[in-house]
Design a protein around this ligand. Structure first.
Ligand SMILES: NC(=O)c1ccc[n+]([C@@H]2O[C@H](COP(=O)([O-])OP(=O)(O)OC[C@H]3O[C@@H](n4cnc5c(N)ncnc54)[C@H](O)[C@@H]3O)[C@@H](O)[C@H]2O)c1
Length: 405
């Protein structure tokens, strides 16, 4: 009979949502939590004996940390971005990394919709006047959004969801994406950004943060927008030239703007905020909160924790950001071997040959590759005979191997 295995240990930092603790505890993990982030030295000490680590955006998982965390199998970034994790170093050490790429999509969409309406009604000006004791009852500059044309730049998770909600409000939707995308509802794809700018009276950016997008929206693009149109950026700060936006708001060419993201954002709550856009009328500024809602935090907790659980207990790598993606239904009466290896000819042949030499029959097997990595799940009908796991680990192409769970 195989010796009972100790419960896997999860360490969750940075005040991760309690849903994650509940989910991992229910799956048999011993869960430790820590409210704050950790620097490199603290993390190295804390991660000893830990098999899954949960972080948010502040803790950095560097190559040095990974080198000194031999028991670590997976890192969950309980947020959207994964820049804080050295993904290549993690992959080459057999550490899977997961995030929550669309847990806050709806939150961003809802803020965008709120701002599109608020700009069209000049709500912030009305609100400011009332708080200053001025009753400025007037329809001047106020519009319905129904029948107006929304131009969505970047038709990914957020852009396409916004498209659906905006159409429900009666807006016409046109979009431009640098890759071919399925148009939802009655939305229409434009073949260039210029075509979109010529048609839309509200332009909203939802592109990703790739390097090539730095400064993609500047003086020339604002000039190409229709007079008195509105502009939103809830994507990344560095994609827009905000000095150019200021000039266009001051000249009246742009009638209003909503901006949630900035090239240099203050590090901590309460820090001072400087921007070319401060002090402008009908310009709504928010501190990178489009995706920050209780619902999004809760979903991030559930989503990322479930990925860590499924990887630990079944070897599943669906939506991993650094390993090849493999998911295979559990097969009753079998044991599962997870094997990560260098993606070179013959690696799988050697693994299967070795199993055959030890009389281990393969009941099911799934392989996927990603760049230099290959990952296979193999279900076998018997407990692995002594020495097989060590022999698999000794295959020259092996990066890591384990029996799951
Ligand atoms: N403000 C917030 O709180 C917040 C929250 C979540 C996401 N975001 C940001 O929102 C953006 C969109 O997120 P998502 O989940 O929809 O990403 P996504 O990757 O699903 O979609 C991005 C889309 O933009 C397209 N694209 C990239 N560069 C382009 C360009 N130059 N022109 C046209 N299309 C281009 C891509 O092909 C893709 O379809 C990201 O930058 C993300 O960081 C912000």
């Amino acid at each position: 009979m195989p010796a009972p295995t100790a419960a896997p240990t999860a360490l969750l930092l940075e005040n991760i949502h309690p849903h994650a603790v509940e989910l991992l505890s229910a799956a048999g993990f011993e869960v430790r939590t820590h409210r704050g982030a950790m620097d490199e030295a603290e993390l190295v000490e804390a991660v000893q004996g830990v098999s899954v680590l949960g972080i948010r955006s502040t803790t950095h998982v560097t190559e040095a940390v990974l080198d000194r965390a031999p028991g670590l199998r997976a890192v969950g970034a309980f947020c959207i971005g994964t820049n804080q994790v050295d993904l290549a170093a993690a992959g080459s050490r057999g550490v899977a990394v997961f995030n929550a790429p669309f847990s806050n999509t709806r939150s961003v969409v809802e803020l965008a919709v709120a701002e599109i309406i608020a700009l069209a009604r000049r709500l912030t000006e009305r609100d400011d006047a009332m708080h200053a004791g001025v009753w400025d009852k007037s329809a001047d500059g106020s519009h319905e959004v129904r029948g107006r044309t929304l131009g969505i730049v970047g038709y990914g998770n957020i852009g396409s969801q916004l498209s659906v909600v905006a159409e429900a409000l009666g807006m016409r939707v046109v979009f431009y994406d640098s890759t071919e995308k399925l148009a939802l509802g009655n939305a229409r794809a434009c073949s260039s950004l210029d075509e979109l700018l010529a048609e839309a009276d509200t332009v909203t950016l939802h592109v990703d943060g790739r390097d090539g997008n730095a400064g993609m929206f500047g003086a020339a693009q604002f000039a190409a927008m229709r007079p008195r149109s509105m502009f939103l950026n809830l994507s990344r700060g560095f994609v827009v030239d905000y000095a150019a936006l200021r000039r266009n708001v001051e000249s009246g060419h742009i009638a209003g703007a909503a901006v949630d993201v900035f090239p240099d954002e203050p590090k901590a709550k309460g820090d001072p905020f400087a921007s070319d856009l401060r002090g402008l009328r009908n310009v709504i500024l928010t501190p990178h909160v489009a995706g920050s809602t209780a619902e999004a935090q809760q979903d991030i907790g559930r989503f990322t924790a479930s990925k860590l659980r499924d990887y630990t207990l079944a070897g599943t790598t669906t939506l991993s950001v650094n390993l090849p993606q493999v998911a295979m239904d559990p097969r009753p009466g079998t044991r599962r071997v997870a094997h990560l290896h260098h993606n070179v000819p013959g690696a799988m042949a050697r693994v299967n040959q070795l199993l055959a030499e030890h009389g281990v029959n393969i009941e099911g097997q799934l392989l996927s590759t990603r760049g230099t990595l290959g990952y296979a799940l193999t279900d076998v009908a018997v407990d692995l005979p002594d020495g097989v796991l060590d022999a698999l680990a000794a295959v020259p192409e092996t990066i890591s191997t384990r029996v799951v769970p």
